[in-house]
Structures are given as C-alpha cells and as structure tokens.
Design a protein around this ligand. Structure first.
Ligand code: BT5
Length: 274
C-alpha cells in the first residue's frame, strides 16, 4: 500500500488499491500505469488493437498528458486523477460531439458530491472554481472499428491533491486543486468510482434521447453565460461578443456588438475584459 502515494497519514485509498490488484473497478476492466505518455493515447491504441468493451485506463502520472488542440495536461505523480474511459455510445455519429458536455455534467456532479464544492463549467470542457481550472475533459473518437461500432475515449484530468507549486509558472493563478479549494484530501479511487457511476447515469439519459435534460443541468453550471469573450473563428478572425450559452445541440452562441449571433462549434473561448 505504500506505492504510488496510496496512503496519506495512515489513510489508504483502498478502492484504487483493489482496482489495481484485481484489474477491475466493479465489473469494468481497469488498467493501471505507474507512468505513461497519455492514457487517452493508450486507450485509442487498445481500441485499434481490438479492444471492444468498456474499459478504464488510469495512470499515476503522465509524461505527455494532452489537452485539446495540441495542448498539454500537466500530470504530476501521486496527486491527480488521470483517467481514460473507453465508451461505446449507442447514439448516431452526429450526436457524438455532445459527449464533452455530457461528461462535463458527470465530472461536475462527481466533484460536487465528493469534494462538496460548487464547480462551474466553462464551455466546452473546463471545470472551474472561481475562474481557476480544476479539471479538464478530452473526448476523442476512433473511426468505426471492425465490429461496426465507434468508440469514444473520454479522458478526464482532475487536480485532486496536486500541490499548486507543481504547475509551471505560466499557469499560476489559473489552476487549482480540490484540496486547495475544499481543504479535503479526497482519495482518487473514491472520486473515480463516483465519476464512473455519474458517467453511467448521464450516458443512460443521453442514449435514451434526453440530452435536453443534461443540457439544463449544464446551463445551471455555465461559467460564461452573459460574459464578454472572444474566440478565433474558422478563418482565424477574432470575434468578440457576449455568451448566450449553448443551443439545444450544445453549440455555444455568442452575440457580437452588431447583434449578430455566431455559433461556436469548437475551438476555445477566452473571457475578455474589454
Ligand atoms: C483539457 O484540454 O482541459 C483536457 C484535459 C484532459 C486531460 C486528461 S488526463 C487523462 C487523459 N489523458 C490525456 O492525455 N488527457 C486526458 P484543454 O481545454 O486544451 O486545456 C489544456 C490547458 O489547460 C493547457 O493549455 C493549460 O493552460 C491548462 N492546464 C494544463 N494542465 C493543467 C492542469 N493539470 N490543471 C489545470 N489546467 C491545466
């Protein structure tokens, strides 16, 4: 129990230890890596190599943890949750882009329940507290596999007990951890178990056609509604406006100064003080 910082002051992360030892979290296959490039990369490779069921890949640390748009995810050992969950969503391919929002609600709920802090979601994938990022989501899908199904790898990173001095200087003041905000040392296994059960619940709603119910909850946690922001559109032109929140399909609506409403499909929005 002394490996991978699974015990702190005599309190051990028995859920994580059991998952490591048994190779399962409940009924779901569980793969643990002490150190890995990226759990998402590994999960995608496993799918390409014939994996066909729901699976969890988790690491104590990542050397090339990744975010969206080629960015990186800082993943120091022993303190963060770095996990990829391979899902096989029973939805038409055009709905897959909504999964980031579905996962956002699940991550938000899991954190609220275990850390008892009210997190908000910055479209599309940042979980924030007082404007500081505490968790991020990276959903990546594979081409249709030989079994005719599409896998989605849901990568989730949460700063659980990550010391704030473990982050590079450029992130200082922009990131935080559950410990820093709540004062609670939550075991990663406890958070993971809750996360997996919240994802199962939201996926059931999503696959049952109730995205609107999920979106309602998402909107109650919208960190940018009514705020000024800007982003680069597909022709790299900066568009400035006010966030109207996501539409029924989860695309962000932004109204510019002329009153024109723009639809943000992907990319990044930056909150602006102007
Ligand atoms: C994300 O991307 O927020 C998605 C992060 C997903 C990470 C998980 S960990 C398990 C799985 N395996 C992987 O390889 N990835 C997933 P994005 O919205 O692009 O945000 C990236 C930006 O967040 C960076 O450019 C930094 O500004 C900031 N950042 C990096 N590391 C951070 C951290 N640990 N906590 C908070 N912010 C961070």
């Amino acid at each position: 129990m002394r490996r991978w910082n699974l015990c702190v002051s005599g309190m051990c992360d028995t859920i994580l230890q059991q998952a490591i030892d048994s190779g399962r979290l409940g009924s779901i296959p569980f793969y643990w890596h002490e150190s890995i490039g990226s759990t998402n990369q590994k999960a995608l490779e496993m799918v390409r190599n014939g994996l066909f069921e729901q699976t969890i890949i988790m690491a104590d640390s990542q050397t090339s943890g990744r975010g969206r748009l080629g960015r990186s995810w800082v993943s120091p050992a022993g303190s963060g949750l770095y996990v990829s969950i391979v899902l096989w969503p029973q939805v038409a391919p055009e709905h897959l882009s909504k999964l980031t929002l579905v996962a956002g609600v699940a991550v938000n709920r899991a954190i609220n329940l275990e850390a008892t802090i009210a997190t908000m979601i910055k479209w599309p994938n940042d979980i924030v507290v007082d404007g500081k990022k505490v968790a991020g989501i990276l959903a990546e899908s594979t081409a249709v596999t030989s079994r005719g199904k599409t896998a989605v790898v849901l990568g989730i990173g949460v700063n659980v007990t990550t010391p704030l001095n473990a982050f590079p200087l450029e992130l200082s003041g922009r990131v935080t951890s559950l410990l820093a905000v709540s004062g609670k040392r939550i075991h990663r296994g406890v958070l993971l178990k809750r996360l997996v059960s919240e994802i199962a619940m939201q996926m059931e709603l999503f696959e049952g056609g109730s995205f609107s119910t999920i979106l309602e909850e998402w909107k109650r946690r919208d960190a940018t509604l009514g705020k000024r922001l800007h982003w680069l559109n597909s022709t790299k032109q900066a568009i400035y406006g006010v966030s109207l929140g996501p539409d029924k399909d989860g695309r962000l609506q932004v109204r510019d100064a002329s009153g024109k409403v723009h639809e943000v499909l992907s990319g990044d929005v930056t909150l602006a003080e102007y």
